[in-house]
Ligand binder design. Structure first.
Ligand SMILES: [Zn+2]
Length: 207
């Protein structure tokens, strides 16, 4: 997985990060693909979900939640993809929402790496083809997965990596379910899904 500075910021900003990794491989019929915890050597996609508790108070504990999706097989045709990370807690509007997409391509003719980075937030909801939207009270990002163009020879070039990222904050008193969907707008409408449970660490106060 190749990350940009924007994507790495959250990894560096928080202590006590909990991480869950998932891999998915679609079958010939596409459709819904539940992601699995174990690594798969020929997976199409790698997903990781991360969270960190930033504050605890009587009104609930504050968390920051984020996820990366990395395509392990590069697209032959352009697709419009969507990464959506939901949960059933109260959205923390004091924390910003972020999304980004990092595309790295390699031009064999020019022996050159080309990097395209797009960033969105609740204040700037569009950057190029990347859009931040809100669905079921949680941010989702929409973007095109296409080949990059070499700025030197103007040829369309293969991606070396393609990673998307979304992040936001929430408040909860209870254990919560987090669900992730990565949907591809291809003929078979491939949809990769997984989830985690966040157990609230706060000690019970009615002991
Ligand atoms: Zn080139």
């Amino acid at each position: 997985m190749k990350l940009s500075d924007t994507m790495l910021d959250s990894m560096l900003a928080f202590d006590n990060i909990t991480t869950a990794n998932f891999y998915g491989k679609r079958n010939a019929f596409g459709g819904n693909v539940p992601l699995e915890n174990s690594s798969s050597s020929d997976a199409d996609i790698e997903i990781s979900i991360h969270y960190s508790q930033t504050e605890s108070s009587e009104s609930g504990n504050r968390y920051v939640l984020w996820a990366y999706a990395t395509l392990l097989k590069q697209p032959v045709i352009l697709t419009n993809d969507r990464l959506h990370l939901t949960n059933d807690a109260v959205f923390n509007s004091h924390y910003r929402e972020y999304g980004s997409v990092l595309q790295v391509g390699y031009c064999k003719k020019c022996s050159e790496y080309i990097t395209n980075l797009y960033d969105v937030s609740d204040e700037k909801r569009r950057d190029g083809d990347l859009l931040l939207e809100y669905e079921r009270r949680a941010p989702s990002i929409h973007f095109e997965v296409s080949k990059a163009k070499c700025p030197t020879c103007l040829k369309s070039i293969e991606n070396v990596s393609f990673t998307s990222f979304v992040q936001y904050g929430f408040i909860t008193k209870e254990p919560i379910n987090v669900n992730l969907e990565y949907v591809r707008d291809n003929i078979l409408k491939d949809k990769y899904t997984t989830g985690i449970i966040i157990h609230n660490n706060e000690k019970s106060t009615d002991e």
